[in-house]
Each structure stands twice: as structure tokens, then as C-alpha cells.
Write a protein that binds this ligand. Structure first.
Ligand SMILES: *[C@@H]1O[C@H](CO)[C@@H](O)[C@H](O)[C@H]1NC(C)=O
Ligand SMILES: *[C@@H]1O[C@H](CO)[C@@H](O)[C@H](O)[C@H]1NC(C)=O
Ligand SMILES: *[C@@H]1O[C@H](CO)[C@@H](O)[C@H](O)[C@H]1NC(C)=O
Ligand SMILES: *[C@@H]1O[C@H](CO)[C@@H](O)[C@H](O)[C@H]1NC(C)=O
Ligand SMILES: *[C@@H]1O[C@H](CO)[C@@H](O)[C@H](O)[C@H]1NC(C)=O
Ligand SMILES: *[C@@H]1O[C@H](CO)[C@@H](O)[C@H](O)[C@H]1NC(C)=O
Ligand SMILES: *[C@@H]1O[C@H](CO)[C@@H](O)[C@H](O)[C@H]1NC(C)=O
Ligand SMILES: *[C@@H]1O[C@H](CO)[C@@H](O)[C@H](O)[C@H]1NC(C)=O
Length: 420
């Protein structure tokens, strides 16, 4: 028996709230020190050099299937860590940047419910780094330390990869009540939002970036197709180094990743944020507050479309005026499952992509209202959730209608509707 679908925020790197609390001047969560990229700061994008010998292993498939646990709306990726390799099931999270597994002392009592644990003394390739930290997500806090070890993802093996080992956890990275337990997190965010970056302003290459830097994948990108499982089953895929255009219903178009400005003026890429210019429901424009921008985090580790309360209320007013708010979610009549008015989030087209596309393009993410509604037994709920402590997030219940390409050299995000 499948559990009813639970709309629940799961993962958002604490990094941002840390930076936000340092930036005391910020009074409203909608006034972000994020900036649209200008050409003068684009030099920051080339922080590691292109390896000319790429694509030597072109024939090795970069495709890794994802497990969607339908009951939870989480997407998981299987990896193995250490020598001999030990298998783990991790939340695929483009919203955070550390990849972690639970250590042998992280028992259920210490907050790690699964029985798959990593014992450093049992891995001959384990390297301790003496960097101990606390990392946070919207729904969980973890304590642990960085280490280096071998990790295998799909057909690729990376030795001496920088990883995180968790010793205890409060809260939960996912709803862990189903038969499938998730062990940790696969951080596919940008390095700027890692725990190391937040604590020491230091950087490292995430797993997709290492795959490229070591010449194992041909392109500096990964693409994600989430899909929706009919039962708890493998659904969706991530492809490292390539895009499966066959999955897309139209040409993939690109938008720019926004830069973040630290309180001291330092401008950098924090994570997969892009600034939307407009939200529309049918022919209604939703007015954001004046002088605010809408930085959306493209986050496979969060379920809902997360918006600040004032904006969410305005959107819902247009989308389903008779919706009944229950704390952070909106209940709607199930007749909305037949509503085909379009809901759109519009982004300015990329100025920085190396893919040929018109310079004054708008990239529109459009889904019919019925795709914004989810059934919970006999009642229905919007996939919109409010959170005033977080940036707006495009979570997987919305993203699964699209193919998403994450390019970490151009710092662009490619989007196209997924084939039905
Ligand atoms: C890669 O695949 C192509 C065609 O699919 C084939 O011609 C070529 O020999 C393969 N290369 C290697 C190194 O296996
Ligand atoms: C790579 O992975 C795919 C699917 O995960 C598998 O079918 C294939 O045999 C693997 N090996 C190579 C060399 O591509
Ligand atoms: C661990 O990995 C990081 C990042 O790749 C690297 O800088 C560091 O030198 C490695 N540490 C050891 C002890 O090998
Ligand atoms: C992590 O460690 C700090 C300091 O020892 C402690 O205050 C905090 O409660 C710990 N967090 C968790 C999740 O156990
Ligand atoms: C982080 O390091 C860079 C140099 O790599 C420096 O320019 C910047 O000011 C530092 N950021 C902060 C917030 O200290
Ligand atoms: C470039 O890729 C080759 C082949 O994969 C690898 O042997 C080499 O170490 C890489 N060079 C750099 C600078 O990363
Ligand atoms: C793109 O959208 C903006 C509003 O967000 C509008 O002013 C502009 O005309 C649009 N451009 C095109 C080419 O449609
Ligand atoms: C409101 O939300 C709470 C907590 O999620 C839930 O227990 C309750 O049943 C909901 N009420 C309605 C009317 O949906």
C-alpha cells in the first residue's frame, strides 16, 4: 500500500540563511543581494580550466537511474563509497553541495534510521581531513566531518573525492516512514553553498565537477529528468556530461545562474539560482513587491514550489481563489484537477550560454493548473508551500514536468518541457 503523498519541504542548504543572517540589513526575505550577471563579473565563471583531453571516454554512459519513492516525492541516487565499496541511497539534491553518508556511530538513536552506515576503519582508501562541521537543511541538522575516499556513481569511479561523514542528525532529510530509507545526500549544488564555503570560504569540486575535471565526461554539465513513478520504482534519470534531447518536447533553452553578493561585497555563484522576471496565471500578471526580484533555486531536493507568504497568497488568489489555507499549504477543491489554465514562471534568456539562442528570448516554464494540484485521498492540495525563511524554490513536483540541464562552466540552466 502506498502512503498518501506528503507535501513536505525537505532540503535546503543552511548556507543561505547563514549568509542572510550575516546580512542584517535584509529586512524582507524577498530583498535578496542576488544580482543578474553582467559581463564585467563574468570572469568569475572560469574558476577552473577546461581539460582539452575531454571526451576520451565518450562511450561510457553517464546515465544513472533515479529512484522516486512515490510516497515521499523524493528522488534518490545509488552510490558506493570506500574500498571495498559500500552502497548507499542518497537524496539527489541540487539545492545543497555536500555529499554525505552516515557513519557507523550514526545509529537510529543518533538520528540515522537506515542500517547502511560507513565505517572509516573498514575502508582502505579512507582519508581523514580533520575538518569537523555542522551542516543544516530546512528540515535537518547534521554534525560530521569531511573525509576523502573513493566514490562510485553509475559507471564512474572517483578516487580521493571530498565527502562528508555524518555522526548525528536531528530532524530528518526526508520523510523516513516508508519501506525505502534514504541514507544521506548527494550534493549536486554549486560549491558556493557548501558547508566548507560557509565556514571557511574555501571551495572544492562537487562530484559532477570532478567527473568533468578528471576528463571522465565530455561536457561540463549534468541533466536531470525526474518523471513520475506509477508505483514506488525507479523513475527518472540524471545524465552526467550529456543531455538526452529525446526526452525533451522542444528545444532546450538556457537561463543564467544569478550571482550572490556576500556582505563584504564579494560576488560569487552560491547555488543554482536564477532570477525570474514574471509569474503569470492565465492572463493575470502577479505583481511582486516593487524593487524585488524573484530568485528561484532549482532544487531537486525539495518537493514543493516554495514561495514567501505574500507572493504565494497572490499567486493562489489568481490560481484558485477559493483555496483554503492550512498553515503553509493550500487545500483546493479536486475540480482543479480538471483546470487547464496555464501557470507560468518566466525567466530572461541567457546572455552567457555557449549554446546558440536568441539574445532577447524569454524562457517560460508553463504547466496547466491541474499539474499544480495533487490528490491526498479524497482531498486536494496545491503544490505551493509558503516559507518566509527561505528563498523561492522550484522543487521536484514542478521540475518533473521539465528536462533540466545544469551547466557549471557557463553557469546556465537549460530547460525544456519533458515529453509526456
Ligand atoms: C564508441 O562508439 C562508436 C559508435 O557508437 C564506435 O564506432 C567506437 O568504436 C566506440 N569507441 C570505443 C572506444 O569503444
Ligand atoms: C554503464 O551504465 C549503464 C546503465 O547504467 C549500463 O547499461 C552499461 O552497461 C554501463 N557500462 C558502460 C561501459 O557504459
Ligand atoms: C581531499 O580532497 C580535496 C579536494 O579534492 C583535496 O584538495 C585534498 O588534497 C584531499 N586531501 C587529501 C589528504 O588527499
Ligand atoms: C552538533 O554539535 C553541536 C556542538 O557540539 C551541538 O550543539 C549540536 O546539538 C549538534 N547537532 C546535532 C544535530 O547533534
Ligand atoms: C572569499 O575568498 C575570496 C578569495 O578567494 C575573497 O575575495 C572574498 O572576499 C572572500 N569572501 C568573504 C566573504 O570573505
Ligand atoms: C585531463 O584529463 C586527462 C584524461 O582523462 C587526465 O589524465 C588529466 O589528469 C586531466 N588533466 C587535468 C589538468 O585535470
Ligand atoms: C520578455 O518578458 C518581458 C517581461 O518580463 C517583456 O517586457 C519582454 O517584452 C519580453 N520579451 C520578449 C522577446 O518577448
Ligand atoms: C491542516 O494541516 C494539519 C497539519 O499538516 C493536518 O493535520 C490537518 O489535517 C490539516 N487540516 C485540513 C483541514 O486539511
Amino acid at each position: 500500500m502506498l502512503k498518501p503523498l506528503v507535501i513536505k519541504l525537505s532540503i535546503l542548504s543552511l548556507g543561505l540563511s547563514c549568509l542572510l543572517s550575516q546580512a542584517q540589513a535584509l529586512s524582507s526575505p524577498l530583498k535578496f543581494p542576488l544580482s543578474r550577471r553582467t559581463h564585467s563579473t563574468n570572469t568569475l565563471t572560469k574558476r577552473w580550466s577546461k581539460n582539452k583531453s575531454h571526451a576520451t571516454q565518450k562511450n561510457v554512459s553517464g546515465l544513472v537511474p533515479l529512484l522516486e519513492n512515490k510516497a515521499l516525492q523524493e528522488y534518490a541516487i545509488s552510490v558506493s563509497v570506500g574500498t571495498p565499496p559500500k552502497e548507499f541511497l542518497l537524496v539527489l539534491d541540487t539545492g545543497s553541495s555536500d555529499t554525505w553518508v552516515p557513519s557507523s556511530i550514526c545509529t537510529p538513536k543518533a538520528g540515522c534510521p537506515s542500517d547502511r552506515r560507513f565505517n572509516p576503519s573498514e575502508s582502505s582508501t579512507y582519508v581523514h581531513t580533520r575538518l569537523d562541521y555542522q551542516a543544516g537543511y530546512l528540515t535537518a541538522q547534521v554534525n560530521g566531518s569531511y573525509f576523502n575516499d573513493t566514490i562510485t556513481v553509475g559507471n564512474f569511479t572517483l578516487d580521493n573525492q571530498f565527502l562528508f561523514l555524518v555522526n548525528d542528525q536531528t530532524g530528518s532529510l526526508a520523510d523516513q516512514t516508508s519501506d525505502i530509507l534514504l541514507d544521506g545526500v548527494f550534493g549536486a549544488g554549486l560549491p558556493g553553498s557548501s558547508t566548507l564555503s560557509n565556514n571557511r570560504n574555501e571551495t572544492f569540486l562537487t562530484i559532477p565537477m570532478e567527473l568533468y575535471a578528471r576528463g571522465l565526461i565530455p561536457e561540463p554539465l549534468f541533466s536531470v529528468f525526474l518523471g513520475q513513478a506509477k508505483e514506488s520504482a525507479w523513475s527518472g534519470e540524471i545524465i552526467f556530461g550529456a543531455v538526452d534531447q529525446e526526452r525533451a518536447a522542444s528545444r532546450i533553452t538556457y537561463i543564467d545562474v544569478a550571482q550572490f553578493q556576500a556582505p563584504n561585497g564579494y560576488v560569487y555563484f552560491n547555488n543554482w539560482f536564477s532570477l525570474a522576471s514574471q509569474i503569470e496565471v492565465g492572463s493575470n500578471y502577479i505583481e511582486a513587491e516593487e524593487d524585488t526580484s524573484l530568485p528561484f533555486l532549482f532544487d531537486t531536493g525539495t518537493d514543493a514550489l516554495v514561495l514567501p507568504t505574500d507572493l504565494a497568497d497572490k499567486v493562489v488568489q489568481s490560481l484558485a481563489p477559493d483555496a483554503i489555507k492550512n498553515d503553509t499549504v493550500y487545500n483546493v477543491d479536486c475540480s482543479y484537477l480538471g483546470n487547464t489554465r496555464p501557470f507560468r514562471i518566466i525567466f530572461p534568456g541567457s546572455q552567457f550560454t555557449t549554446v546558440k539562442q536568441s539574445k532577447n528570448l524569454n524562457v517560460t516554464l508553463e504547466v496547466p493548473v491541474n499539474k499544480m494540484v495533487t490528490r491526498l485521498g479524497s482531498t486536494c492540495q496545491l503544490i505551493i508551500e509558503t516559507n518566509d525563511d527561505s528563498y523561492p524554490i522550484i522543487g521536484n513536483l514542478f521540475l518533473r514536468h521539465f528536462i533540466t540541464v545544469f551547466n557549471f562552466e557557463d553557469y546556465t540552466i537549460g530547460l525544456a518541457p519533458a515529453k509526456q
